[in-house]
Ligand binder design. Sequence first.
Ligand code: RP5
Length: 182
Amino acid sequence: MTSTEAPAPNDIRDTPIVGIIMGSQSDLKIMGAAAELLRQFAIPYEITLVSPHRTPHRMVEYAESARKRGLRVIIAGGGGAAHLPGMVAAFTTIPVIGVPINSTTSIRGIDSVLSMLQMPVGVPVATVAIDAATNAAVLATQILGLSNARLADVLEKYRSSLKDKVMRTIDELRKGGFNDDI
Ligand code: RP5
């Protein structure tokens, strides 16, 4: 996902259980990957912009209504002074996964990652690596998979596909001269 256009339409019509939010349209080039994986896993999600600085009341409304609207996990991305995940976490008790975005050329996402990691006791943000929106979606699926057998199975298959990919690469490398006796 490299464009700032909205990702492919969400064709999953069930009530969303994951909310993907971000501070700006410019974050979509990263956050779209989370939507893509959730779609692949057939997990109902919603995706929208919520800016902690430009639409602060919308942010409060989003976070305060999240649980009663059916959301079980929120994935929140932001760059620069990335206050969105932390402030959303302050207004809800459902888990918030933060995606720090490398949107500031000078600090390259370090500012964002620190603002998500350094939350006070009692109000955590589960922070993934800079730009790691796919991992945020995997983590959200793991949380949901604790109480959903289908998703637990989906995760097993996903892990298996990762292993198969590495094994195929090893086979190719062996053809080119790599060798091992494992
Ligand atoms: C943050 O500032 C956004 O999350 C984005 O990563 C960054 C830049 O936003 P734009 O100036 O591109 O709207 O709030």
